[in-house]
Design a protein around this ligand. Structure first.
Ligand SMILES: [Zn+2]
Length: 86
């Protein structure tokens, strides 16, 4: 559990630092690098909290957990949830 919390906190730091700087191009590059771009185009990427389809407009956070990236939408409830752990 401690390990999980550390990962989440590290992810939150990255998000807070880069949230204003994330552009559609950056997000697209990230997805391509992680082989998630096809999933994104096919609307397979969902917010792990509310299930909403992740787009370039609503992506708010990316958390690395269990050897894969999880996506969080910009819904305030979803963002508040990940601050307490996933
Ligand atoms: Zn959500």
């Amino acid at each position: 559990m401690i390990k999980t919390n550390i990962i989440v906190l590290e992810a939150m730091v990255i998000i807070k630092k880069e949230i204003d700087a994330i552009t559609d191009d950056d997000f697209t590059e990230f997805l391509k690098k992680e082989n998630k771009y096809d999933d994104y185009l096919n609307h397979i990427l969902h917010c792990i909290k509310c299930g909403k389809i992740i787009t370039g407009d609503n992506i708010a956070a990316i958390v690395y957990k269990e050897n894969e990236y999880k996506f969080i939408c910009d819904n305030q409830n979803c963002l508040e949830d990940i601050q307490g752990g996933i």
